[in-house]
Design a protein around this ligand. Structure first.
Ligand SMILES: Cc1cc2nc3c(=O)[nH]c(=O)nc-3n(C[C@H](O)[C@H](O)[C@H](O)COP(=O)(O)OP(=O)(O)OC[C@H]3O[C@@H](n4cnc5c(N)ncnc54)[C@H](O)[C@@H]3O)c2cc1C
Length: 416
């Protein structure tokens, strides 16, 4: 079924009886050419591009719970390509371009909204660093604008410009950045993949890999064994646990990060704002809730919930940036498990086991990467060659010392 305005009107006239489920609910087949483990954003996007762009057939996505139960349905929906390093910026800009055409491509409303992201500057040294980042973005074909204090004040007059510790001195604006409805993205990719014959199998946990002579030949699942010629793992926060079943130890730690949503307010924040003096970012959803978040909780965990010290820290950052936020009531908060790599950058690569491919290490920035990650992983799975924009995301870069340390924090995952 093709979605359009005419379809909505026609369905309204006939009692909305013609809408179909977005994807089928098939039983697993005994064998596939490609098995994708993990039905989050990256797994679904990989299956979609494998079928659509690379014309591959016999593809299954195996998801241990329901679609959207992982980070794809838990993130704060920010999409952007404001990176500095050559290993990262072209990849995220490729993703941004895919976002810009995504809804037409999927024929699905993912509420992609290019409302802009503003990174605030609080010191002269930070202005130098952001100017450098903006120039790197422009060189990679992205957009960037350095704003002075008065230009920021015109956009957001209620921010605390004269905070004694963190005065606002300007900002780096990427106007093409913004937000997208996170679960809409999962549903759109799932529908697009299903339409092209991909079997999306929920409640199907991968419990082991069948490996013969150094080659993967299938997976064990909670719904029985499934043969596979190639197997791609996209399980985000569960990466270490799943790859351990193939005997691999990853340069990844799992940490929890929380998100917060206030009660609905009148339109207040047009775009996304990030505080430059602490880890805090905020936007406003179309329903009016302020959506914000901050740092990781700072300890290793597989729990999808956080603790109170970070709630306090996030509230303090919010108050330092925008004192009016103290009047808003918090409606809900939740946590998600982050696959924090040692340098803060992702991995899209083959593994030493033939036919087994790995996609992970997205830290808390993998939502914006969903289209490019799916595309690049599908490219790797289909052609056995890395996509040019993802060529640096090698698993062996940690051993070779070619780190992509965007933040300059060193090998300490909780600081990226
Ligand atoms: C609070 C929060 C805020 C965030 N904010 C942003 C943001 O603003 N912008 C941004 O770019 N990124 C953000 N992120 C990060 C982003 O959400 C993730 O990096 C990204 O969603 C991870 O990829 P995914 O969608 O494939 O993950 P998931 O949706 O987590 O998909 C992985 C799937 O694998 C499944 N799985 C696990 N083990 C198995 C198994 N054994 N067998 C089968 N299936 C299995 C899981 O159930 C899960 O559904 C945020 C994350 C959180 C939690």
């Amino acid at each position: 079924m093709k979605y359009s305005g005419f379809r909505v009107v026609a369905e309204a006239l006939f009692g909305h009886k013609g809408w179909k489920p977005l994807w089928r609910d098939p039983d697993p087949k005994p064998a596939y050419d490609f098995v994708i483990v993990g039905g989050g954003g990256h797994g679904l996007a990989t299956a979609y591009y494998l079928a659509k762009t690379f014309a591959e057939k016999r593809i299954a996505v195996l998801e241990k719970r329901w679609l959207g139960s992982g980070n794809i349905g838990r993130n704060t929906t920010i999409i952007r390509s404001n990176y500095l390093l050559p290993g990262n910026e072209p990849f995220y800009e490729f993703s941004m371009k895919l976002w810009e055409g995504l809804e037409q491509d999927l024929n699905f409303n993912a509420m992609v909204s290019q409302r802009g992201i503003l990174n605030l500057i609080h010191s002269d040294a930070q202005r130098d660093a952001y100017r450098r980042r903006g120039n790197a973005m422009l060189l990679a074909g992205a957009d960037a604008q350095l704003l002075d204090r008065e230009a920021v004040r015109r956009m957001y007059p209620y921010l605390n410009f004269d905070n004694a510790r963190f005065p606002i001195k300007g900002g780096l604006l990427q106007a093409r950045a913004g937000t997208a409805r996170h679960d809409g993205v999962a549903w759109g990719y799932a529908r697009g993949a299903d339409l092209r014959g991909v079997d999306i199998i929920q409640n199907c946990e991968v419990t082991g890999f069948q490996i013969e002579g150094g080659k993967v030949v299938g997976v064990e699942t909670s719904r029985g064994p499934i043969k596979a010629k190639k197997c791609g793992v996209c399980v985000a926060g569960s990466s270490s646990r799943v790859m351990e079943k193939a005997g691999m130890r990853l340069p990844i730690e799992s940490h929890v990060i929380q998100a917060f949503v206030s009660e609905g307010l009148k339109p207040t924040i047009n775009g996304v704002i990030t505080f430059g003096a602490g880890h805090f970012y905020i936007s406003q959803s179309d329903k009016g809730g302020l959506v914000f978040g901050g740092d990781l909780d700072g300890y290793n965990t597989y729990a999808q919930r956080g603790n109170l010290p970070v709630v306090e820290d996030v509230a303090r950052c919010g108050m330092a940036l925008m004192p009016a936020i103290g009047r808003a009531r918090l409606l809900r908060n939740w946590g998600g498990i982050m696959d924090m790599s040692m340098d803060g950058s992702p991995i899209i690569d083959r593994t030493p086991i033939e036919g087994l491919y790995f996609n992970g290490g997205w830290c808390y920035g993998g939502f914006k990467a969903t289209p490019a990650s799916g595309y690049a992983f599908a490219h790797l799975l289909s052609t056995d060659a890395p996509h040019p924009t993802a060529a640096a995301y090698r698993l062996d870069r940690f051993a070779r010392g070619y780190l992509i340390d965007e933040k300059g924090a060193g090998a300490q995952p909780n600081l990226h």
